[in-house]
Structure formats: structure tokens, C-alpha cells
Design a protein around this ligand. Structure first.
Ligand SMILES: [Zn+2]
Ligand SMILES: [Zn+2]
Length: 240
């Protein structure tokens, strides 16, 4: 964190997968992610597993008393197979949204052989296997998603819009303000966001520790190093 004349410069990573994602490495326990984020001198992170927030409480609990803000969240897969980061200021607001998302997932059990294991980690460190298949689309459409997540107290940010799969760019071929998102996430190429005149953030989308450390980190200006301060700052970026 740097103190500037405009406010606090916070380093962030709002797109991280833990071992609960079928494609997430087993080493990515919520506790390990918190330790790595502190080692990387980040100020704030969000845990965003596919269609689930189950490991967020463990990360938040483990970060208590440490100099790191952990936002709960998930990477929602819409009915169009578009990935959208959904983040919340606290677990109390994340859990009801997760329950709703779960009710919209096809009731299929995960096949570990094809998709990988989905390890949930409780705050006491004990683990369980999440049976619901997470590598699927919800039946929640992209249009209307921003106000939906906002109604739960969170913020929806379309993920890696410039990627060649599971993105607004790859599925719809365009980005427009009429989609209702004031802020998007760019993987590498900001041209789509720039053309639409929509501000963007950049995160790691790390599925393993090496990727987490390799990715360059970015910052924004906030008035306070807190969950509420981060949300004010993100909404402020999106308002520009
Ligand atoms: Zn994704
Ligand atoms: Zn992701």
C-alpha cells in the first residue's frame, strides 16, 4: 500500500481460484492463498471459485488480524457460458447469492476423473469433497446480472473479456454499455474495453501458486483499506 495525495494505493487480485475449483491446484488452499497474497504484498484479494463461495469463509477467517482484506466471491458461469466475477463486501452477503446460484446449477455430480477434485476447506483446516459439478453453466443470463448481484449487495465484473473462451468477447463478439456492466476485467488486451469506453481491472485468474506469483499486480486508489472502501473505489472506477 502506498499513501498518495489522491488516497491509498491498494494492490489487488480479485480473481483467484482455490482447490475448490475443479481446475484449481490442490496446493491452493484458502490459507495458502492468504499467505501467498501477504508474501506478494497485496492489500486485497477475492476468492473466486467456479460457481461457489465455499472456501471464502476459511480465507476470511485465516486473514483476520493480518494486513490483508479478503473479499468473498465466485466466478459465475452464465447461461451463455460467460464467466463473470461476483464479489461481495462480506460473507453474509455472499452466502445468499451462492445459495441462489446453486439452485440454478444442473444437479449433476462432479466426475473427478474428468474434471478434477473439488476440495472444500473448513476454517479449522479439515476438508471435504464438494459433490455438485461446478464446471457447468448456471441458468442465470448475462443481461440483468449486474442489478441481480447488486441486489445481493455485491458487484458483477465480466471476467477476462479478451480471452478466447468463456468470455463476453468470445461468446458475444462485442462489448457494449447496454450490457449493464460499469467495470470489466481484462486479461491482456484492453482494446475491447477501450472501444466500449468501459474501465477495466486486471487480476491473475491464478489456479496454482506459480501463476499467482508470476502475474503482475495492479492497483487502484481507495479512501480506506476496508471492504467498504474497496467497493466505493471500484464503483468510482466504474463511474468514470
Ligand atoms: Zn474464467
Ligand atoms: Zn477464473
Amino acid at each position: 500500500m502506498n499513501i498518495t495525495d489522491k488516497g491509498l494505493e491498494l494492490y489487488y487480485d480479485f480473481h483467484i481460484h482455490s482447490c475448490l475449483s475443479p481446475c484449481g491446484s490442490d496446493e491452493m488452499t484458502p490459507q495458502m492463498i492468504v499467505d501467498c497474497a501477504i508474501a506478494k504484498e497485496l492489500d486485497c484479494i477475492a476468492l473466486t471459485d467456479h460457481n461457489i463461495s465455499g472456501n471464502c469463509l476459511s480465507a476470511i477467517s485465516y486473514a483476520q488480524g493480518k494486513d490483508l482484506i479478503v473479499l468473498p466471491g465466485m466466478e459465475l458461469q452464465t447461461s451463455e457460458e460467460i464467466h463473470v466475477i461476483c464479489i461481495f463486501p462480506d460473507i453474509e452477503r455472499a452466502v445468499p447469492f451462492e445459495s441462489y446460484v446453486r439452485s440454478t446449477l444442473p444437479p449433476i455430480k462432479n466426475d473427478i476423473r474428468y474434471f478434477g477434485n473439488q476440495t472444500g476447506v473448513r476454517p479449522d483446516g479439515t476438508t471435504y469433497e464438494e459433490e455438485q459439478m461446478l464446471a457447468v453453466s448456471s441458468d442465470i443470463p448475462l443481461y440483468g446480472l449486474y442489478p441481480l448481484v447488486e441486489s445481493y449487495g455485491g458487484m458483477a465484473i465480466p471476467a477476462h473479456i479478451d480471452r478466447t473462451s468463456f468470455s463476453i468477447g468470445s461468446v458475444l463478439g462485442m462489448l457494449d454499455k447496454s450490457m449493464g456492466f460499469p467495470l470489466v476485467e481484462v486479461w491482456k488486451d484492453p482494446s475491447l474495453a477501450d472501444a466500449a469506453g468501459i474501465p477495466y481491472i486486471q487480476s491473475s485468474d491464478a489456479h496454482n501458486i506459480d501463476a499467482f506469483f508470476e502475474r503482475e499486480y495492479h492497483s487502484f486508489i481507495a479512501d480506506e483499506k476496508s471492504a467498504d472502501g474497496i467497493f466505493r473505489a471500484l464503483k468510482n472506477i466504474g463511474a468514470k
